[in-house]
Write a protein of this length. Structure first.
Ligand code: NAG
Ligand code: NAG
Ligand code: NAG
Ligand code: NAG
Ligand code: NAG
Length: 391
């Protein structure tokens, strides 16, 4: 019986938290049945964000790709493909229409949408970093998923999606998953102490302590991270009551994350001089005037991304520091409209997007360190994830 089932059992029946080591075995088939029902219940509530795990064949290269790397591999030396604005994968016309009563009228969904494969599907396809943006759900008592003013599911709670990740990790114990969390602004919901207390409690619940790497302030080895989630804390706990002191993962404080910058040097551990080098140039109109055209916008983004990636590959520069590169960009309200999907995949066959252009660029540098690359619509270009990993 896995820890997850036991945790679910305790969760479902409000028993006292079961400490991991002293956990009793479930005794009867009926208890096991109830634990499975509880997991199914959470999985269905998580589905609008997590999707469904349709499984993956062990013969598929991306399924358990980390198994081939030794335990001693440092996470900062690895190539980790991720999805930017992960939770938007099902934000279609139909989903937006169904949520109209919460959000009121919004710009078309393709303005917000950055993905088309679910979290569980993308895990099977090799994605190992997720960008989750959270804020209050309608009613304010739980935390859910948003992209700007687009609410993505009114009923899914952050902890529901975590259960989905824990369950996937139980089935893929060689794999390590990084989760970036930030408060999503523009949601119209308050960013207040209560919100951070909710998040703190979710991240420190007994089940979370078993599935999140408990080390604070530094990224360790793959061996330490296997079967677990590692937190990229893209928020500050400054509003949190001062007696809640536990910290896990690495702090990427938004105050030091320069907005819309091509080069960000964010020191996340002063004592150990550990720095995250980040490219997060998402509003291309900061460099080019409106009317420049989709091809010019994509070219400007490609230059910023490849300049950053070149530094990530350089063994003489910062070999032991973290590199994070966003291959994604925000929509541009131009004529024609440029959506995140256009940035990622172009406009059909004539104009190539970031994903088509990065595929040969990455393949030509196979074996080099790229670090974390956050993609939009990664699945549209077969082989992109393998190229980003270096498989
Ligand atoms: C995706 O959105 C459609 C339309 O809103 C909805 O019917 C479907 O249930 C959603 N998928 C999941 C897995 O929630
Ligand atoms: C709940 O959220 C609404 C908007 O989403 C906001 O106006 C209201 O102030 C919030 N209430 C509390 C108690 O946080
Ligand atoms: C966690 O690590 C950060 C970064 O090194 C450090 O600033 C902070 O004091 C640490 N917090 C705790 C509770 O150890
Ligand atoms: C690459 O590294 C060089 C040397 O440190 C630095 O001057 C340059 O700004 C870096 N470029 C990017 C895009 O990070
Ligand atoms: C796609 O972009 C190319 C190059 O900018 C342009 O020539 C072509 O007309 C565009 N196609 C569509 C369908 O917008």
């Amino acid at each position: 019986m896995s820890f997850l089932k036991l945790a679910l059992f305790s969760f479902a029946f409000s028993l006292a938290a079961l400490p991991g080591l002293a956990a009793p075995q479930l005794r009867t088939p009926s208890q096991s049945f109830l634990a499975q029902q509880a997991l199914d219940d959470i999985a269905s509530r998580a589905a609008p964000i997590a999707g469904f795990d349709t499984g993956c064949s062990k013969t598929v290269k991306t399924c358990d790709w980390m198994a081939q790397f030794p335990d001693s591999t440092k996470l900062v030396h690895m190539n980790l493909p991720g999805t930017h604005d992960t939770s938007t994968w099902n934000y279609t016309d139909a989903t937006q229409a169904a949520l109209l009563r919460y959000t009121g009228p919004l710009p078309p969904p393709e303005v917000f949408r950055c993905q088309e494969h679910s979290i569980l599907q993308s895990l099977n396809e090799g994605i190992r970093v997720f960008d989750l943006r959270v804020a209050y759900n309608p009613g304010n008592d739980t935390l859910g998923f948003h992209h700007s003013d687009a609410l993505l599911s009114p009923t899914t709670r952050v902890e529901d999606v975590f259960f989905g990740l824990y369950n996937w990790l139980d089935n893929h114990p060689t794999e390590a998953v990084l989760v970036s969390i930030n408060h999503e602004s523009g949601t119209g919901t308050p960013e207040d102490p209560k919100m951070y207390e909710l998040l703190y409690n979710i991240l420190n619940a007994p089940v979370a302590q078993n599935y999140w790497v408990q080390v604070n302030g530094t990224l360790g080895t793959l061996g330490e991270a296997r079967g677990k989630l590692t937190l990229l804390q893209r928020f500050s706990y400054s509003l949190l009551p001062s007696d809640l002191t536990k910290r896990i993962g690495i702090p990427l404080d938004p105050q030091h994350w320069t907005d819309n910058a091509k080069i960000i040097e964010l020191v996340y551990n002063v004592e150990k001089n550990q720095i995250a080098f980040i490219e997060d140039f998402y509003d291309i109109t900061a460099s080019l005037p409106l009317g420049s055209g989709t091809a010019a916008y994509i070219e400007a983004k490609f230059e910023a991304v490849t300049a950053h990636l070149v530094n990530a590959t350089r063994t003489d520069l910062n070999p032991d520091q973290l590199y994070i590169t966003f291959a994604s960009a925000a929509f541009i309200d131009d004529n024609p409209l440029v959506t995140p999907e256009n940035f990622a995949t172009g406009n059909g066959t004539a104009l190539q997007g970031m994903d088509q252009r990065l595929l040969p660029w990455l393949q030509a540098r196979k074996g080099q360190r790229f670090g974390i690359i956050m993609f939009d619509f990664y699945d549209a270009i077969p082989g992109l994830v393998e190229a980003a990993i270096g498989l």
